[in-house]
Design a protein around this ligand. Structure first.
Ligand SMILES: [Mn+2]
Length: 293
């Protein structure tokens, strides 16, 4: 068996996804490619990302954006059969995506599981996370696509909340997740968050594990993370700080790097001002430095 390559939230950034697959030298038929979900929406090329997933034979874990589109699609199908069905209000962006998707795209989305276990790596992939203290088989699928944090009594929160859920998760398995965008990967003893905000002008990040390799301890976690920078900012939104503060949330827990991050937010850059798909050494703490080609 080859490597396990787990890719963070792509959000329609097909150019960056191809660059990342080049960077890690993805080998079809040998490497196992797993996407953490939220392939679509906000970025420029949702359908292109789905096409890459078909080409590469990727396993796609369902994100909240896929889940929303699927709820709408199922309701539309039910109505087409003359049944009553409540459809979620998709809003303009998601309506445009829904109308652009073809049957093969919907088929891919319908097949997505909420979790995928990489048994040999003792690693579970889920879009948002798990509620600490609850067995995996008893977790709520909806929450697994939306949790960000836990409150002081350990209750699951999809916004607000004091503590990133991953900080409280005790494996095995190690859990790799997306959903909570921040410029640095979220690195916890038993969990790693790899949504580094590509669509917001951050990075697209993968965890690359060798055959039977488990994610290494916190101090060495960066050695299995590989990133490529976004070509530009495609969607206005904040990227959180130090893996703690999250997009659209009031929660702000100052970390050691938060002041620097906050005073130097990622600026949208013109493509030609940016080094082509390379992260300068030492620019970032977690993602971007790697010993894995
Ligand atoms: Mn998400």
């Amino acid at each position: 068996m080859g490597r396990a390559i787990i890719v963070g939230d792509v959000h329609g950034c097909s150019v960056e996804l191809r660059a990342l697959l080049d960077r890690v030298a993805f080998v079809k038929g040998s490497d196992r490619l797993v996407m953490v979900g939220d392939l679509v929406a906000r970025g420029p090329d949702s359908r292109g990302v789905l096409q890459i997933c078909r080409e590469t034979g990727a396993i796609v874990v369902r994100g909240n954006h896929e889940d929303r589109l699927l709820s709408w699609h199922r309701a539309m199908n039910a109505r087409a059969r003359g049944e009553f069905a409540l459809a979620p209000d998709l809003g303009r962006l998601h309506t445009e995506i829904a109308q652009s998707l073809r049957e093969e795209d919907w088929a891919l989305l319908e097949e997505t599981p909420v979790t995928h276990l990489l048994e040999e790596n003792r690693t579970l992939v889920v879009h948002a996370g798990l509620v600490p203290g609850i067995p995996i088989e008893s977790q709520d699928p909806g929450m697994m696509m939306r949790i960000r944090s836990v409150g002081v009594r350990g209750e699951a929160r999809d916004h607000g909340g004091a503590i990133p859920w991953g900080a409280r998760w005790v494996g095995p398995p190690h859990v790799v997740f997306g959903h909570a965008a921040s410029l640095d990967a979220q690195v916890h003893p038993w969990a790693t968050g790899i949504d580094t905000g590509c669509v917001y002008g951050g990075y697209l990040t993968a965890m690359v594990l060798r055959d039977h390799e488990e994610p290494p301890p916190v101090a060495e976690r960066a050695s299995v993370l590989v990133s490529v920078p976004a070509r530009r900012r495609y969607f206005e939104g904040g990227v959180g700080v130090g893996g703690r503060a999250m997009i659209g949330e009031q929660m702000r827990i100052p970390g050691p790097h938060s002041a620097r991050r906050r005073s130097n937010p990622p600026q949208p850059q013109k493509t030609w001002e940016r080094a082509p798909m390379e992260v300068p050494a030492g620019q970032r703490r977690a993602a971007g430095r790697s010993s894995r080609g």
